[in-house]
Design a protein around this ligand. Sequence first.
Ligand code: UDP
Length: 410
Amino acid sequence: MLQPVSVGHKNLSDYTHIVGWPLIDEIRELSAPLAGLRVLHLSATAFGGGVSEILYTLAPLMRDVGLECDWQVIYGREEFFNATKLMHNALQGSPQDLTDEQWATWLQYNEMNARELSEDWDVIIVHDPQPAAVISFVPEKARSWVWQCHIDLSTPNQATLAHLLPHLEHYPTSLFHLEGYVPDGMNGRVHVVPPAIDPLAPKNMALSPDDAVYVCNQFGLDVDRPLVCQVSRFDPWKDPLGVIDAYRLVKGEFPEVQLALVGAMAADDPEGWDFFNATIAHAEGDPDIHILNNFNNVGSVEVNAFQSHSDVLVQKSTREGFGLTVSEAIWKARPMVAGNVGGIPLQIKDGESGYLVETVEECAERIGGILRDPGLGIDLGKRGKEHVRAHFLMPRLVRDWLRIFGQEST
Ligand code: UDP
């Protein structure tokens, strides 16, 4: 029932020219005593959203440095994902908690998946709340367990958190993206480690301007007119409706401007389609608003092309665990205007390497400022790219995990 995910091969040495020798050497030193460590990543989906994005690179790089690393996805049906989506929203602050029946469904699926787990792991890393209760049923299946939280727990629905905490308390180690996300009552070792992007993945690898134009052209964009773009799931917290409102304000001054809203639909996100339709309705048939998703053949290379070709990238989130799309966008040396929430301020220094905004009006003003002064956009983009290089590329995350494994085995 648990699905193994095939992650292919990646070589750490391929990253040397991007991150430099010292980090690669440090990773080699840390990994030597850990050779053969049996590590399992357990997550809710292999498609859509930040967790799967990270694991497609983290897992093969862990293998490349000598660990025996696998990734498996838990089994769940609609009733389970309806419950976990509610839980996700509640943990990020929504007032609606799960019903008793939904909590029971969540636990049942966790128990079912727990029974299916194979044994003898050195470390099982459980990602996010969906499979978080597996440990409660089969603690003996790993020598050590880690819970990694990828969401914004700064203002959780307390009733939902109280229900989850007894399960989280079993974990000897946990990871959060920000200090402010660590809830009271976490036991054991708590680490604060932000995630990272893969600069060599098709979504982030260097694409020539001509290639980017060629791809954008195929999706009906006018490549000679300004483009503003947001890449993210169709989710209320990502505020695509607010992006449309900001675009309308910008359009007053720049009638030529186009907007692309690009969003993958995740397998564990039943709400996604409703919100996708709401976004289309909000666009009111404007031919300069392009709303695209993975069912229109928009994959990683296309996302890369949209980001590389855009004049301004937006991530107008109102809640954000980390916001990988921000580092992905900045890595293309494009200027970004983004919500001042969650992990976004870690990635953008306001006015230096992009802009942080609170409202639709502010967002529109910043987009307009960059469109008026393309030199400003180039400077913001260049500084942003160097910030991402220093802090948010995958070899740094591999190093951080190896340090944690080192502590676990002492
Ligand atoms: N993503 C994508 N295609 C899309 C929309 C999103 O590949 O159309 C990817 C995006 O590039 C990023 C991940 O999904 O790697 C989203 O991660 P993020 O941390 O930004 O948000 P989450 O979806 O986890 O809340």
